[in-house]
Design a protein around this ligand. Structure first.
Ligand SMILES: [Fe+2]
Length: 204
């Protein structure tokens, strides 16, 4: 069975950019629900309970049809949120560094151009979803979005950086002002972790 992994910092660590109360609800209620619902969906499939979230998501087509949507939403929800917590930290922000910093400059022209493109993508996700920096199947980095709890790994892309733009991620603090939340979020991005993610993919 899957368990809710602890948040890697305390609820207030990302203040003033993201409120402690948002982090508490987001992790303890929203992510917890994804984990519980995934376990419920897999109740009768002990062999699937042993697989990793990433494997379940990349092999959705092979799953029994009656649990496919539940696994897509809930394994996706658990996977995406754990990834999201890890690319943020207290006193984060600044610009991309290291190999990913170089790659971003090469691909987008400048860090600011990348930031603009990523923010633009995040702002225009219709309804609930995510913005990502990924390495796609061809080995190129790209800004993409996914609806609901769909994860880039479902399409064979590897996430490097991700941003949750569901209303549950910001509404208590920013109400309907998603662009303000996105702007604030850049202050908590953990670029060391982003670099680690990128190097991890290169090393695969
Ligand atoms: Fe979320």
């Amino acid at each position: 069975m899957f368990t809710l992994r602890p948040l890697p910092y305390d609820f207030g660590a990302l203040e003033p950019y993201i409120d402690a109360r948002i982090m508490e609800l987001h992790h303890d209620k929203h992510q917890a629900a994804y984990v519980n619902n995934l376990n419920k969906a897999l109740e009768k499939f002990p062999e699937l309970q042993k697989k990793s979230l990433e494997t379940l998501l990349t092999e959705l087509d092979t799953l029994p049809e009656n649990i496919r949507t539940a696994v897509r939403n809930n394994a996706g929800g658990d996977f995406n949120h754990t990834f999201f917590w890890e690319v943020m930290k207290k006193n984060g922000g600044g610009s991309a560094r290291g190999q990913i910093g170089d790659e971003i400059t090469k691909k987008f022209g400048s860090f600011d151009a990348f930031k603009q493109q990523f923010s633009g993508a995040a702002k225009t996700v219709f309804g609930s979803g995510w913005a990502w920096l990924v390495m796609d199947k061809s080995g190129d980095i790209a800004v993409v979005t996914t609806p609901n709890q769909d994860s880039p790994v479902m399409k064979g892309a590897q996430p490097i950086l991700g941003l949750d733009v569901w209303e549950h991620a910001y509404y208590l603090q920013y109400e309907n002002r998603r662009p303000d939340y996105i702007e604030a979020w850049w202050h908590v991005v953990d670029w060391d972790k982003v670099e680690e993610n990128y190097r991890g993919i290169l090393g695969k």
